[in-house]
Write a protein of this length. Structure first.
Length: 248
């Protein structure tokens, strides 16, 4: 591994300890299960918006090379593979990758799972049509290195997608204090509020790395536990775009 790394050892340990719960919708990671459908919907819309995929086909992502950065147990990699994508999925957690491999085999899905980091994978020269990092950037130790790595991993006409958490008093109250300490929606200590990222900060930092995020969409919870898209980005939001040189 390179001296500079995006991996935060504290966050890595946190997810190692709960890796066996990745596929338990009623467990400590249940909120991610409920959050997955809107994330996949946002991914599909972003890919379509960048004129990638064959949306008249039953598997619209067929032929596309897709990279899942910080894949965890594979909650997003599996539905993307079912949509036809050639999915490579990486994570720094050995136990999460093992759980993901076992579940993919059980689900009869071909997904290339690797214990790796984006900066190391970028050094191989491999590039992808779609690169996404969902609920990951708020856990990394070096955002500039992370964003530069995503840029290097993206094909010239590809699309990059991030979902994360805004930083403000509302997100502190709901995404950190309430979710971790009052309702137990996620394990205590999962998030560091100082690492939450305002949309304009993400756009500015991404631009320095050579990425233009030209869409910012909020996500809000519904009373039945599902999520829907919204123009309000107070808590959760998605950002999608492409290499700065490809914007016309």
């Amino acid at each position: 591994m390179t001296f500079n790394s995006t991996v935060d050892p504290k966050d890595k340990h946190q997810f190692e300890t709960i890796s066996k719960e990745w596929w338990d919708p009623s467990g400590s990671l249940g909120s991610l299960h409920r959050f997955t459908p809107i994330r996949i919907e946002y991914f599909k819309n972003a890919i379509r918006r960048h004129h990638l995929g064959s949306w008249e086909q039953p598997k619209p992502l067929a032929g596309l090379k897709i990279l899942d950065v910080g894949c965890g147990g594979g909650l997003l990699a599996e539905p993307m593979a079912r949509l036809g994508g050639h999915v490579t999925a990486i994570d720094s957690s050995f136990s999460s990758i093992e759980i993901a491999k076992e579940h993919a085999e059980f689900s009869k899905l071909v997904i290339d799972y690797k214990m790796d980091t984006p900066e190391e994978l970028a050094n191989t020269g491999k590039q992808y049509d779609v690169v996404y990092a969902s609920e990951v950037i708020e856990h990394v130790s070096d955002r500039a290195l992370f964003l530069n790595s995503l840029r290097r991993l993206l094909l010239p006409k590809g699309v990059v997608i991030i979902t994360t958490i805004n930083r403000n008093l509302i997100s502190l109250a709901f995404a950190k204090i309430a979710a971790e300490y009052f309702f137990g929606m996620i394990p205590k200590g999962t998030h560091d509020f100082s690492k939450f990222l305002k949309p304009e900060e993400l756009q500015s930092e991404a631009l320095k790395a050579g990425i233009i995020f030209d869409d910012i969409t909020g996500f809000k919870p519904l009373f039945d536990g599902r999520y829907t898209k919204t123009s309000i980005t107070a808590i959760n939001y998605g950002a999608s775009g492409s290499l700065a040189a490809t914007i016309t």
